[in-house]
Ligand binder design. Structure first.
Ligand code: ADP
Length: 495
């Protein structure tokens, strides 16, 4: 099939989170399955600085934005190690800025205009560049108007007639809501500004528009697909999502095992390991990590780790509370890598200062340290309030670092809680808990720390986790199947 990826991010061109990882990896995997994807991105400054080879196409596009016409240029490149074409929409006034969406803690004031332009220019690329397309796969709010354009202004014209769209929600909390007068920028009829389609509590909502008009909707794990049907995780979208429940499904993200594989990890030097050699390999990585982050080199003290955005979503209020309690009483080491909200920088910084023998904190973004922590730690801590998919627990499984997670979203779908039964049937891979409380987290961590000392149980958990296959292939097959079903059914009618 010919699939157009309408997305604001695709690694290595641009990435601020999981969206960039998915849209960099999934198209390449689809190409391996014999499909023909093309990725259409805004040419953010980050894209220009990515070092990827970019060429002009000589083709421009004029898009009406309210009363004015705005011109952009199409550039072209390819995803690395593939022949997947990438079309970049260049419009320096909109996209040549320090950041993709926001600066100094505030969204850019003209984000509505910037992404109206993106959505229309992405669809115009189909005719102006002669791209063969069967399905348009739209990602998150930035591409949320694409399904609406396909059902209205464009859908009656060639070459867009009959095209279907799939919308993937990577995080429902980011909705692209703007004041209602921005409706005039879209060029769409005001009749669509109603509570069933584009309007959300008096605002224009890009994501709600996508949910209303897409032919199929996915999110990045089956559990999150269920959880977003009701408050609080529905973020106000329960009505529209329940309305579309028959067209909503969850497909878990995959892992790029070229990047995340302890048997061939460029950051582990002589200490790479696999499921047979991990006892010696992980012990060496733990020693190296303890030296690197200035913790006492002790083989038998359990080492707990977190690598994350320091945000409420990721459960750092629970982590910091448990850390304080434990650092005073429990013989365990903590390694935390992350950047984010100042309150967590402060809380973690002072824990590291107070307990230098038990707590190491690095407030930075470091790919190398992330790999070395995954390899060296014993236990990975991820008590998220909500988690659409989550990647670090999947990396942890591969690295034999047993995850302790809250049972929510993708964490629920990927980590099997160790119980008598799951240990007996050989499916257990970690520890999970339900209640979002520091007590529940502490109990789960306590279970994990007791299990570390029972070698047979621990080795079983580590080995079961390391043998799991969360590669992109399975997920890409599920997307391909969904594209085929959606295209075969044809565009759903709109009122
Ligand atoms: P989210 O997309 O919600 O931030 P995910 O678990 O899906 O969470 O993915 C986060 C990605 O960013 C992972 O690859 C993780 O290793 C990485 N990451 C987050 N913070 C850091 C950091 N400080 N240093 C290095 N990598 C980080």
């Amino acid at each position: 099939m010919n699939i157009l990826f309408a997305t604001s991010e695709a690694a290595p061109f641009s990435k601020t989170g999981g969206l960039g990882d998915v849209c960099g990896a999934l198209p390449r995997e689809l190409a391996k399955l014999g499909h023909r994807p093309v990725v259409v991105l805004p040419a953010f400054r980050q894209v220009k600085l990515s070092g990827m080879p970019i060429e002009p196409t000589g083709v421009s596009v004029d898009v009406p934005i309210g009363q004015k016409m705005v011109r952009g240029q199409y550039l072209r490149s390819t995803l690395p190690d593939s022949d997947v074409p990438v079309i970049l929409i260049e419009q320096p006034e909109y996209y040549d800025r320090p950041q993709p969406y926001r600066e100094h803690g505030e969204d850019y004031k003209d984000n509505c205009e910037r992404f109206v332009f993106y959505c229309r220019a992405a669809l115009e690329a189909i005719s102006r560049l002669g791209l063969p397309v069967d399905v348009v796969h739209c990602h998150d709010w930035c591409a949320g108007l694409v399904p609406a354009y396909l059902k209205t202004l464009y859908g009656r014209l060639e070459p867009w007639r009959g095209l279907t769209s799939v919308l993937t929600i990577h995080n429902l909390a980011y909705q692209g809501n703007f004041w209602h007068w921005d409706m005039a920028l879209t060029g769409l009829d005001w009749k669509y500004f109603n509570w069933r389609q584009m309007e959300f509590y008096g605002n224009l909502s890009f994501l709600k528009t996508g949910v209303a008009f897409a032919d199929a909707i996915t999110t990045v794990s089956p559990s999150y697909a269920r959880e977003i049907l009701s408050p609080p995780l529905s973020c106000g979208f329960e009505g529209i999502l329940q309305n579309r429940v028959g067209d909503l499904s969850g497909i878990i993200n995959g892992v790029d095992y070229n990047e995340w594989n302890p048997a061939a990890d460029r950051y582990l030097e002589g200490n790479c390991y696999d499921e047979h050699t991990y006892p010696a390999g992980k012990a060496a990585c733990k020693r190296e990590l303890q030296r690197l982050v200035d913790l006492p080199v002790q083989a038998d003290v359990p080492m707990l780790a977190a690598i994350s955005r320091l945000a409420d979503q990721k459960g750092f209020d629970l982590i910091t509370r448990v850390m304080r309690h434990w650092a005073e009483r429990v013989d365990a080491q903590w390694v935390i890598l992350g950047t984010g909200e100042p309150k967590y920088h402060e809380a973690l910084g002072s824990l590291a200062k107070e307990f230098p023998d038990r707590v190491a904190v690095r407030l930075e973004f470091s790919d190398e340290l992330a790999h070395r922590i995954e390899a060296g730690a014993d236990i990975f801590v991820m008590p998220s309030q909500y988690e659409p998919c989550g990647l670090n627990q999947l990396y942890s499984l591969k690295y034999g670092t047993v995850p302790v997670v809250r049972a929510t979203g993708g964490l629920r779908d990927t980590v099997v809680n160790a119980t008598r039964q799951t240990l007996d049937d050989g499916t257990a891979t970690g520890f999970s808990f339900e209640e979002y409380t520091s007590q529940a987290l502490a109990e789960a961590l306590d279970r994990a720390c007791r299990a570390v000392r029972e070698k047979a149980v621990w080795n079983q958990l580590v080995e079961t986790g390391m043998r799991q296959d969360w590669s992109w292939r399975h997920s890409a097959e599920r997307y391909a199947d969904l594209y085929e079903r959606t295209a075969a059914r044809g565009p759903l009618a709109v009122e």
